[in-house]
Structures are given as C-alpha cells and as structure tokens.
Design a protein around this ligand. Structure first.
Ligand code: HEM
Ligand SMILES: *[C@@H]1O[C@H](CO)[C@@H](O)[C@H](O)[C@H]1NC(C)=O
Ligand SMILES: *[C@@H]1O[C@H](CO)[C@@H](O)[C@H](O)[C@H]1NC(C)=O
Ligand SMILES: *[C@@H]1O[C@H](CO)[C@@H](O)[C@H](O)[C@H]1NC(C)=O
Ligand SMILES: *[C@@H]1O[C@H](CO)[C@@H](O)[C@H](O)[C@H]1NC(C)=O
Length: 444
C-alpha cells in the first residue's frame, strides 16, 4: 500500500519534472522528432499523426525563426521528396506553409496538387515558427508515398540560412524563392506509433514547445552544416576579377609600372577568374527556380559582361600584335580602351542586381556599390588623367577621331611621357622580332 502510494508520487513528480507532454507522447498516437539545429535558439520539431483508415495526415512542424525557413520532406534525399516548407508571411507575424516537390538537389517547386491547410496553433510564438497542419489524401502523391506500416520511414529536414547579411524571407507566396539550407539531416519515424485517433485531436492539443526528446523517431546519421558556397565563390571570383584586378590592370598599364607586360599578365588572370566565376554562375542557375530559365537581368547582363571580357582580351592581344607589326596604333586598341571602361561600369551594375537577387540586405548592396564605384571611378579618372597629362602637348588636336586613335595604345608608346618607363620596353617594341612574341623576354 505504502509502496504503491510512493510509486504514484514518483510518477506524478516525474511527469512534473519531465513535462507532461513528454510523458504523454509515449502513449499517444504521435511520433515526434526533435533535434537542435545548433544555434542555441530552440529546437527543430516534426511530429506526425496518421488517423487510422484515412488518407489524411496531421503534422506539427516548428523551428527557430532565426532560420529563414523550416522544412520537412519525405524519403531519404531531396530528389522526388514531398516537402512542407514554412516561412514568415509578408507581415512577419504569421506563417506561410508551402507544399513542394524537389526534382533534384535543387530548390523544390510548389506543388498545387498537394492539399495542405494550416490549423490552430500555427504562427510565430516566442521566436519560433510553428505549424499545425492537415494534408488531405496525402499518403500517396505522383512521385511517391508514405509507408504507413514502416517502423523506420525515412524523412529529411532542413533549415534555411540565418545569416545576418541576408534579408529575412517574408512572403505570402506559396512559390516564394528560398535560399539553400544552412542545416539539413535525415531521420526515421515509426509510422505504427504515429497511427491512431481521429482528426488529429491529440496532436493538435499537444504543446510541442515543451517536448524536448524524440519519441518514435530518431536521427539517421549526422546533421550537416551547409553553406551556399557556390554563390560565395561566384560572387568573390567575379568581384575580385572586375573590381580589383581589372581596374588594377589599367593602373599597371598607365601608372605603376606603366608596363604592357604586367597589364597583359594581370588582365589574363582576371579574364580566367571572370570565366570561372561565370561558369559557376551558369551551374548555380540550374539550382533555383528563379534562375533556371536564364532570362533574368543579372544573368543576361552577366553573360554579356563575361563574353565582352573574352572579346576584350582578344582585342588587346590583336591590337598589340598589329602594333608591333606596323608600329602604329590600331582601331582595335581604341575599341579595347572604350569597351574596357564600359565593362567596368556594367560589372558594378550586374553585381548589384545579383546581390539584391540573392536577398542580401540593402545596406550590403549600398556598401558594395559605393566601394566598387569609388575604386572604378578613381582608377578611370587616374588613367584618363594620365592619358590626358601625357598628351597635354597635343591636347586640342587629340579630340579629332584620327588623332584620338594615335594614342590608343596607351602612354607607353608616348615618348613625351616623363613617367613612362619607356626605355624598358621601347627597345623591345621596336627591336624584338615579331616571331618572339608573345614569349616576352626579359627586355620587356
Ligand atoms: C533552395 C533550396 C535548396 C537547394 C538549392 C538545395 C541544394 C542542395 C544541395 C546542393 C545538396 C547537396 C549538398 C552536398 O552534397 O554538399 C543538398 C542536399 C540535401 N538537402 Fe537540399 N536544397 C534546397 C532545399 C532543401 C530543403 C527544403 C530540404 C528539406 C526538406 C533539403 C534537404 C536536403 C537534404 C536532407 C540533403 C542531403 C541528402 C541529399 O543529398 O538529398 N534541401 N541540397
Ligand atoms: C500574417 O499572419 C498573421 C497571423 O496569422 C495575420 O494576422 C496577418 O494578417 C498575416 N498577414 C497577411 C498579409 O496575410
Ligand atoms: C512563450 O514563452 C512564455 C514564457 O517563456 C511561455 O509562458 C509561453 O507559454 C510561450 N508561448 C508559447 C506559445 O509557447
Ligand atoms: C488521392 O490522391 C491520389 C493520388 O494523388 C489520387 O489518384 C486520388 O484521386 C485522390 N483521391 C481523392 C479522393 O482526392
Ligand atoms: C513502433 O511503434 C509500435 C507502436 O507504438 C511499437 O509497438 C513498436 O515496438 C515500435 N517499433 C520500433 C522498431 O520502434
């Protein structure tokens, strides 16, 4: 009798300590998977109830609102997974729940044939995106099905980026663009444990914010911390090429050390880097719904920019070749000069459009435009001033079209230029046989 009483007391105490719901779920027709996504700001929770003999499922999905989206998907990989993705609605105080299907390891697309609706308990509470929902006739869909008899049905989960430089995704659109995950992983669920009851009543009355351990579910493998590294490499490679190296190449040609060779080497490195960045951009485009048809301003202008740089390289090469042959400036040189300036300005515009496209905060975009703009304006001003300064004796006639082209090779051919290290390469320009080009020897 006394032992019995003690036992009841212990049970009551443990229910109190562990939390009522944790204990309750052991006996409820609910399987729940709980994991920490790592940021310390709360758990990721997915709970499932499948009422017997109906094709409907009821689920709870929640995670820290610090992540731009919170998602669950069926199966063990993204391909062909039926996913439910939750993000803030446009006013930021509610939740949009979007059913999507993935065709690959790419952004999943909204699937209007999936009939899912949010129920009471859905919203943003205490910094947590929380969803209670029913998906009607949802145990089979055109790309797959749930095995309701399985004790280890696989699922995937993912959480969107939480980076401080990105705008928070807030949208009412079911097909809103989402960014690549910062955290993802796999888990398995005991579907027989999740089966029972009617209308998801038990699931809807459970307070999942106090459920801290999985029940009828467990992690399958380790959680992966991911980043959008292709986007970062794409942005860094193209910024370095267009905003640091290429303007730097103008300085190398005209100011220090005013050398064609250093200009040539530098612009070649920049061109290769721009090409690599561009190719990564083409590959990235296949990953997002907004970019998969290659017709956005960023893509079209970006492709024009990179192709123009390749043309620019050949123009520079060809001009130099002709110059050495005939010892006179060429129209290729003139085009090279003007196109170079246009490309530098266009590249800043393309970069700004790209940043806003990947939902970077406005402040970051402004900072980028200011820094890139200052660099390019200063470099263009310096090189124009240098040209003007070098040509100052013939300044007025230089406005004529024929005269203008006379100087199109740049200051290094201008013997009147006191800052040009013309003695270093002049001998090469005039004396070295054409056949030795472009294997520039050390005289140059
Ligand atoms: C913009 C949207 C998304 C993009 C671009 C994307 C891209 C990718 C890529 C490239 C990988 C391979 C990573 C690697 O091997 O290093 C991957 C893996 C993975 N993703 Fe996503 N993902 C997106 C959305 C989602 C969503 C919504 C979920 C969760 C429901 C998810 C769950 C996973 C999981 C579990 C893996 C590992 C298993 C697998 O390779 O399929 N992803 N994702
Ligand atoms: C966002 O959700 C909140 C809470 O459900 C709601 O009050 C608000 O009207 C929603 N905003 C829009 C634009 O629908
Ligand atoms: C939010 O947090 C407060 C205090 O921690 C708690 O009393 C309340 O129940 C929480 N609300 C929800 C919906 O979890
Ligand atoms: C349920 O979904 C299946 C497969 O998507 C479909 O063939 C069937 O017609 C649907 N049943 C109802 C009642 O909507
Ligand atoms: C799955 O859940 C059922 C019902 O709760 C239970 O009897 C069974 O032991 C569980 N199986 C596994 C492998 O966890």
């Amino acid at each position: 009798m006394f032992v019995n009483l003690l036992w009841i007391l212990c049970l009551a105490l443990s229910r109190f300590v562990l939390g009522q719901t944790d204990n309750g779920i052991q006996n409820d027709p609910i399987s729940v998977f709980v994991t920490s996504p790592g940021s310390g700001s709360g758990n990721y929770v997915f709970a499932l109830n499948v009422p017997s003999n109906s094709g409907d499922i009821y689920f709870h999905l929640s995670g820290p609102a610090a992540y731009s989206w919170v998602a669950v998907g069926t199966g063990s990989k993204m391909k062909d997974s039926l996913m439910f993705i939750a993000y803030l609605n446009s006013t930021g105080n509610g939740v949009t729940l979007s059913p999507r299907i993935s065709t690959d390891e790419t952004e999943p697309s909204y699937s209007s044939s999936i009939n899912v609706e949010t129920l009471s308990g859905t919203g943003v509470f205490n910094g947590t995106i929380s969803v209670n929902a029913r998906c009607t006739n949802c145990t089979k869909w055109n790309k797959g099905s749930l095995n309701l008899k399985s004790t280890s049905q696989s699922f995937i989960y993912g959480l969107g980026p939480s980076s401080g430089s990105l705008k928070k995704l807030q949208s009412d659109s079911l097909s809103a663009g989402i960014e690549r995950h910062s955290v993802y992983g796999n888990f398995v669920m005991n579907m027989t444990k999740a089966t029972g009851g009617t209308d998801g009543t038990t699931l809807l009355s459970t307070t999942f914010s106090s459920v801290t351990t999985s029940s009828g579910a467990s992690a399958d493998g380790d959680q992966t911390h991911d980043s959008n590294w292709p986007v970062i490499i794409h942005a860094v490679a193209l910024s370095v090429a267009f905003i640091i190296l290429m303007p730097g190449g103008a300085i190398l040609l005209r100011i220090i050390p005013a050398s064609v060779r250093w200009h040539w080497v530098n612009q070649s490195v920049a061109t290769i880097l721009a090409g690599i960045g561009g190719v990564i951009g083409l590959w990235l485009s296949t990953m997002y719904n907004r970019s998969s048809s290659y017709n956005s301003a960023h893509q079209v202008l970006g492709i024009i920019c990179v192709v123009a740089v390749l043309v620019q390289w050949f123009l520079g090469f060809w001009h130099h070749w002709q110059y050495k042959k005939h010892q006179t400036p060429t129209k290729y040189g003139a085009v090279h000069l003007h196109m170079g300036r246009i490309i530098l300005v266009l590249a800043i515009v393309v970069g700004a459009i790209g940043l806003s496209w990947s939902s970077v905060k406005t402040g970051v975009i402004i900072a980028y435009v200011v820094i890139a703009g200052v660099i390019v304006v200063v470099v263009l001003a310096l090189s124009m001033w240098k040209r003007h300064f070098s040509e100052s004796l013939s300044f007025l006639p230089a406005f004529g079209p024929s005269k203008r082209s006379v100087n199109s090779e740049g200051s290094y051919e201008n013997l009147a230029d006191p800052f040009s290290n013309r003695y270093e390469y002049r001998s090469y320009e005039s004396n070295t046989p054409l056949a030795s080009y472009p294997n520039a020897n050390n005289s140059r």
